[in-house]
Design a protein around this ligand. Structure first.
Ligand SMILES: CC(C)(COP(=O)(O)OP(=O)(O)OC[C@H]1O[C@@H](n2cnc3c(N)ncnc32)[C@H](O)[C@@H]1OP(=O)(O)O)[C@@H](O)C(=O)NCCC(=O)NCCS
Length: 192
């Protein structure tokens, strides 16, 4: 992938093999894994190595995951794009110790800005399990709208769960960018 993005507080960079231990500790928290679709629980170090090894070797904006890092704390979470049933979908998580500080919204904004600049996509999918009010609040703020509900598999919980499906159009995101010119202008692509 090899794109690096910088926001006010975060550096979005490639994952590296050296992230495996920290990744396993942070995503291996049930409060994180249990809100994601495809993450096993318990999450072993071998799961981290397997996931890192499976990251695409060639750049593809539709299949890119950024490691979220802060200057003081290093790796704190991830944001990225992956194939989903109706097209490319946005996903993200933040380690529990850093919740409630606006990091997910800041990272998702930067990632979406990069995604729409790097592709001709007209929209991107997302959503959240019905109990994930904070995630749905973030998506609403970014311009996503609810398009339906589906029963979606949650690997950590081992069951199908009611999922709120959302979509963000390029036009809706452009409107959000116009409302937040300070944030849009602050994000920077610093390497490719
Ligand atoms: C969901 C998650 C990504 C949020 O990360 P975060 O950095 O704490 O999120 P932010 O601080 O950017 O924003 C959280 C928003 O939710 C809002 N919120 C928090 N609790 C809420 C609740 N019970 N109901 C509604 N909104 C709520 C906050 O007020 C904030 O919105 P605001 O900035 O407008 O005030 C994080 O909790 C996480 O990683 N959870 C586990 C994995 C996950 O759920 N990933 C998303 C899968 S769809």
């Amino acid at each position: 992938m090899a794109t690096t993005l910088k926001t006010e507080r975060l550096l979005l960079r490639d994952f590296a093999i050296g992230d495996a231990g920290r990744l396993a500790r942070l995503i291996g928290d049930f409060a994180v894994a249990g809100n994601l679709s495809r993450v096993p629980y318990p999450y072993k170090i071998t799961d981290a190595h397997e996931w890192l090894a499976g990251l695409p070797a060639t750049p593809d904006p539709h299949r890119t995951t950024f490691a979220l890092t802060t200057q003081n704390d290093g790796l704190i979470g991830a944001v990225g794009f992956h194939d989903a049933s109706k097209g490319t979908a946005l996903g993200y998580w933040i380690g529990r110790a850093w919740w409630g500080r606006g990091y997910a919204a800041e990272a998702a904004f930067a990632a979406l800005q990069w995604y729409f600049q790097s592709t001709t996509a007209g929209s991107v999918q997302s959503g959240a399990f019905h109990f994930n009010a904070p995630s749905l609040a973030i998506q609403r703020k970014l311009g996503f709208v609810v398009i339906g509900r589906s029963m979606s598999h949650n690997r950590a919980r081992g069951e199908d769960i009611d999922h709120v499906d959302t979509v963000l159009t390029r036009e809706a995101f452009q409107a959000i960018q116009r409302q937040h010119p300070e944030q849009a202008g602050r994000n920077e692509k610093i390497a490719r």
